[in-house]
Design a protein around this ligand. Structure first.
Ligand code: IPD
Ligand code: CA
Ligand code: CA
Length: 264
């Protein structure tokens, strides 16, 4: 395993184990509201601190972009961290959340880890080295037709900016697929595309830390990721489509007619 991926795995496991220690004390947690429907708890912050501590001890000069503490400048390497993806689920004891850590070099994704502590599933990828689930190689699904595909999505709940557009895409994709799931952790949804449990995924208005690790997992598992124009700007723009190559293409074709001019 690449030494930087090894560090990411160590950090993700440490954060995941910390998160699990809080699971039977949920009613005692201190919780703040960052915005409408957007919460942060002491667990998010403690998990992020644990991750940054592990990374800093190995790589003190690397830059960091972390959801709760923001940006710390550094050299050409940047770690992109979501310490707890699926906070709302976690705070309700709904068992679907994950730790997500990616590493970019000169803005190119190089390493990725998504850790699901409840299932003890660790998804890993290094650029050019394929994607693994618990150290065994995984690939995207082989489903070729949208009508046979199971898709994931996220509701645009924080801002309603894209609500109408999302509803239109939802109607279109729901009526032309086998089903659509909204599980509540984008990072884990993307990991599930990488290992073929979902055939495709789309969401509007995400942040880089929701997507970075999951996107590299999918690319290394033989899938495709893009913005709604099929371009590479999803990390900056926040809108993502992902899937196995056939389902990705079909999803883009069905989503595009519903996009307002200029939205990618
Ligand atoms: C959220 C989850 C959710 C997605 C939201 C994200 P958080 O992340 O990934 O599935 O729909 O847009 O913000 O806030 O739980 O880290
Ligand atoms: Ca997140
Ligand atoms: Ca989070």
């Amino acid at each position: 395993m690449h030494p930087m991926l090894n560090t990411a795995v160590k950090a993700a496991r440490r954060a995941g184990n910390l998160i699990l220690r809080y699971i039977d004390q949920l009613e005692r947690l201190s919780i703040e509201t960052k915005g409408r429907g957007d919460f942060v708890s002491e667990v998010d912050r403690a998990a992020e601190e644990a991750i940054i501590h592990v990374i800093r001890s190995g790589y003190p000069n690397h830059a960091i972009l972390a959801e709760e503490s923001g940006q710390q400048p550094g050299n050409e390497y940047q770690w992109i961290i979501d310490p707890l993806d699926g906070t709302t689920n976690f705070l309700h004891g709904y068992p679907q959340f994950a730790v997500s850590i990616a590493l970019e070099r000169n803005r190119r994704l190089e390493q990725a880890v998504v850790f699901d502590p409840l299932r003890n599933e660790i998804f890993t990828a290094s650029r050019g080295g394929g994607a693994q689930l618990n150290e065994r190689r995984v690939r995207v699904s082989k489903v070729t037709r949208l009508e046979h595909a199971l898709l994931g999505t996220g509701f645009p709940f924080k801002t309603h900016e894209h609500l109408e557009t999302w509803i239109n895409t939802f109607r279109e994709l729901l009526t032309h697929s086998s089903g659509v799931r909204r599980a509540g952790s984008a990072a884990l949804d993307l990991a599930h595309v990488a290992c073929g449990r979902l055939d495709g995924f789309w969401e509007f208005g995400l942040s880089p830390w929701d997507m970075a690790a999951g996107a590299l997992l999918i690319q290394e598992a033989g899938g495709l990721t893009g913005d709604f124009a099929g371009g590479p700007t999803f990390l900056q723009g926040g809108n993502i489509v992902a899937g196995n190559p056939k389902i990705y293409a079909e999803m883009l074709r069905r989503i595009q007619p519903y996009l307002p001019a200029g939205l990618t």
